[in-house]
Design a protein around this ligand. Structure first.
Ligand code: NDP
Length: 299
């Protein structure tokens, strides 16, 4: 039995960052614009601190400016909104990302809606979500766009394919569905109340798993030859006590049935940060009314 092709997210994300670096250089040399990304973290969650530092490290690696704002856990909503207002007005900042989740006393929706949609590089503002749903130009959430890039790189033309997305969150499931619809897929969105999830999955040429439940999707749920994109990132302890990162798909089963599959780690994960940088470059070009470079118009 032949095993599925492993879709290498590290490789693709590296290539994307290289082409972004080239465009950032051109933007600086020809237009004297350096894209700037501001990342805001409230609280001292160690995992979030690692994410924020990674985002800023990757941004500076490709020649962007990066601004870190670490705020204490007891920051008030008003203080955070004031910071965002300042970043909205700051011409050196083209992208603003507020790391989620926020402490319980801060309303995340209020914060998301305070970000200037032109600088909303996470693509979570209702303006950008609306643009995606209605087919207009706007900033698209990073993880779904990164997943689509991997799919298109592998399948080239998605038109007419049956796709199922397991998960309907605003940050992954719903925007992923909009993107696949835009590619002319026939899209099913599954969730916790879906009846016969295995049967629904078995009909799909493309399975996108964004559930947040370790290895829930089994190999026997996958149609032979289907393409599987595993968005899930779950930290588990193995029976022998070791820490391990797994996806929402049981990889060792699915790899025997699928035509292609993303691994965890090394699949969708690296794409998320690369697309964040892509979105920051797009925001900078649009804010300065410059044509988008080719690396932004391919997908
Ligand atoms: P959410 O918890 O917001 O959403 C999970 C979705 O899964 C919900 O729609 C829920 O349904 C559905 N669900 C839960 N249990 C079941 C079930 N038994 N059967 C069918 N559907 C179910 O998660 P996110 O969308 O934020 O994240 C999903 C996964 O992706 C997580 O593992 C997360 O860590 C990962 N992730 C990875 C990123 C990356 O960079 N690679 C970025 C963002 C997320 P319902 O709506 O009915 O409750």
């Amino acid at each position: 039995m032949t095993e599925a092709k492993i879709i290498d997210g590290n490789l693709f994300a590296g290539q994307l960052r290289d082409s972004l670096a080239e465009s950032v250089r051109e933007l600086r040399d020809y237009h004297h614009v350096t894209p700037g990304l501001a990342v805001v973290l409230v609280g001292d969650d160690p995992a979030s601190q690692v994410y924020v530092r990674n985002k800023n490290k990757r941004a500076t690696e490709i020649g962007m400016n990066s601004f870190e704002h670490f705020m204490p856990e007891d920051t008030t909503e008003k203080q955070l909104l004031n910071l965002i207002e300042g970043l909205n007005d700051d011409p050196s900042v083209h992208g603003i990302l507020v790391q989620l989740p926020l402490p319980n006393h801060i309303n995340p929706q209020k914060v998301i809606e305070a970000i200037d949609p032109a600088k909303d590089v996470d693509g979570f503002h209702p303006f950008n979500a609306g643009r995606l749903a209605t087919g207009g130009a706007g900033l698209v959430p990073c993880t779904p766009l990164g997943s689509l890039m991997l799919l298109k790189d592998h399948l080239v033309n998605l038109s007419g394919m049956k796709a199922i997305i397991v998960g309907r969150s605003n940050i992954v499931g719903k925007p992923m569905a909009q993107l696949l619809l835009r590619e002319n897929c026939t899209v099913t969105i599954a969730h916790s109340q879906t009846r016969d999830l295995p049967g629904e999955c078995r009909q799909a040429d493309i399975v996108v798993a964004a559930v947040g439940r370790p290895e829930m999707i089994r190999g026997e749920w996958i149609k032979p030859g289907a393409t599987v994109i595993d968005v899930g990132i779950n930290r588990i302890i193995t029976p022998d006590g070791k820490k391990k990162l797994v996806g929402d798909v049981r990889f060792e089963e699915a790899v025997k049935v699928a035509g292609a599959i993303t691994p965890v780690p090394g699949g969708v994960g690296p794409m998320t940060i690369a697309v964040l940088l892509r979105n920051t470059l797009e925001a900078a070009c649009r804010l300065h009314r410059l044509n988008l470079p080719e690396c932004l118009t391919q997908f």
